[in-house]
Design a protein around this ligand. Structure first.
Ligand SMILES: [Zn+2]
Length: 510
């Protein structure tokens, strides 16, 4: 028996109308999500396996080239504010204190050529790295190009999370384009600058006290300095240095609205020009072009406002965040490096076989924020397949140095040891990230380069993942970290990849 239309209650009509509306909204959301997560680099996959055997069988002289170019944003248009990355939304840049740089270096063992560009920037997603690589002319002969960011918190937003309000991206497409174009250009310039070189590899122990704090236990740092120093084969003048150390460049802290390269820039300048105070050169520099690449900065390495830094030239103690404090950090590091770099490099080599192993990795996205942000138009990052981002990991060997390229902010306990498994954590059980990477990796000096070829956020040991109560340290709220991580599987997956890379032909000791 059917009910005549006239007798249908208004409620039934309303419900049908609402049902249609919900269906339409769901469809719109699904379309929006499909668009937000569309693969920006369909089919893109990296699988490089160069063992360096050709270079060992037929050694050819090492060559190196350095180049740099500024990547300052334009602050001249009040209608287009520049939103600074890190900390909170709507932090508008008011001035440029010192230049942001894109610094490239290229090394060639006569058989294989690899380039790297390090940017004074918060972070670049892998899709942007692919976009830079696609701009590199084949004639440059680059087998592999690394794009690393220093994770500087006084630079324009390039990740979309720090716009005028939480629902609006802070990325200016024109600035993004400027950074991508400059990165490709400066890599080409470094290729053009290639010349016969010698390489010395340095590792200098540094105590974290007075430089960097760890804001989340366990207290493990990435505090030692590592450097590649390239000098001209003919005459020995410095071509450039590549320095790595693990710390968030956020020294001026959250209230600063001035663009600065932070301690990274002060360190670079001091290495090139020397330690200069009151117009007097107290320790001469080595010249060339200095490049800084960050290390393991997760969990969380920072020159926190609670850290007092002593300026080694003025002896002033600096606690309040300031550019002077950033400079003191840079000077502290340079004061340790310069004596080593200035010593006649009897250990410098003219031959250094280059091995390169790089591979695409897919990482699951478990973090609801990271699933919501692209739908809201904040993060411009595609999925390689549903719920997974495409990322990349690589290991390079250059003579006695090994360089591991890690696509985010890895917790130093994964790198140096000390992963915890305490009651209260969300995933109890066996430690997933042992042995530590610096134990797995061969070579005399082991660089772990953070935010290389991607910024996936924090890479947290699975057994330290702690979102649900009770919490490991009895706190009411979870500790900071997970909110900016893809999920608990990121670290175990990357650890498995590092284990393979460490044993790859040409990387592993022979
Ligand atoms: Zn960070």
């Amino acid at each position: 028996m059917t009910t005549p239309p006239a007798r249908r209650s208004w409620i039934a009509r309303l419900l049908r109308g609402l049902g249609a509306l919900v269906l339409l909204l769901a469809l719109a959301l699904a379309l929006r999500a499909a668009y937000a997560f569309r693969d920006r680099s369909p089919g893109y996959s990296v699988r490089i396996a160069i063992d360096g055997a050709a270079a060992r069988a037929e050694p050819r002289p090492l060559r190196a080239g350095f180049a740099r170019e500024k990547i300052n944003p334009d602050l001249g248009d009040p209608a287009r504010p520049v939103y600074l990355a890190g900390f909170s939304q709507n932090r508008r840049a008011t001035a440029i204190h010192d230049d942001l740089q894109a610094i490239a270096w290229v090394v060639d063992d006569g058989h294989t050529r690899v380039g790297c560009v390090a940017l004074d920037a918060i972070g670049l997603f892998h899709d942007d790295v692919v976009a830079i690589r696609r701009r590199l002319a084949p004639e440059l002969g680059l087998t592999y190009a690394i794009v690393a960011t220093t994770h500087n918190h006084s630079t324009p937003d390039l990740m979309g999370l720090w716009g005028p309000h939480p629902l609006r991206s802070g990325v200016d497409p024109a600035y993004r384009e400027q950074v991508l174009a400059t990165s490709a250009r400066v890599l080409a310039a470094a290729v053009a600058a290639l010349q016969p070189a010698r390489l010395a590899v340095h590792e200098i122990p540094v105590a974290p006290e007075g430089l960097v704090a760890d804001t989340r236990p366990p207290l493990v740092y990435d505090n030692d300095l590592r450097a590649l120093h390239f000098t001209a084969a003919d005459g020995g003048r410095s071509l450039g240095t590549v320095v790595s150390w693990g710390n968030h460049p956020e020294t001026p802290w959250s209230r600063s609205t001035e663009i600065t390269s932070d301690f990274c820039g002060f360190l670079r300048t001091a290495l090139e020009e020397g330690l200069v105070e009151g117009g007097e050169v107290l320790v001469p520099g080595v010249g060339g072009i200095a490049c800084f690449i960050n290390g393991a900065v997760g969990g969380l390495m920072t020159t926190h406002p609670s850290v007092t830094v002593r300026d080694p030239l003025t002896d002033r103690l600096l606690r309040t965040p300031s550019h002077e404090k950033s400079r003191a950090v840079g000077r502290q590091l340079a004061a340790r490096l310069l004596p080593r770099l200035r010593r006649p490099a009897e250990a410098a080599v003219a031959y250094a076989p280059l091995a390169v192993h790089a591979r695409t990795v897919e990482l699951p996205v478990d973090n609801p924020n990271f699933l919501l942000a692209p739908v809201l138009g904040l993060m411009d990052r595609g999925h390689s397949r549903w719920g997974h981002v495409r990322s990349e990991i690589a290991a390079l060997r250059l003579g006695e140095a090994v360089l591991l390229c890690v696509p985010g902010e890895v917790y130093p306990e994964i790198v140096n040891g000390g992963v915890e498994n305490l009651p209260g954590a969300d995933f109890p059980g066996a430690l997933a990230e042992v042995p530590p990477w610096r134990e797995l990796l061969p070579g005399r000096v082991k660089f772990v380069l953070g935010l290389a070829n991607d910024e996936v956020g924090y890479i947290i040991p699975r057994t330290q993942w702690d979102r649900k109560p009770p919490h490991v340290r009895g706190t009411a709220k979870p500790e900071y970290g997970e909110v900016n991580s893809l999920g608990p599987e990121t670290a175990p997956l990357l650890h498995a990849a590092v284990r393979e890379l460490a044993a790859a032909p040409g990387i592993a000791d022979r």
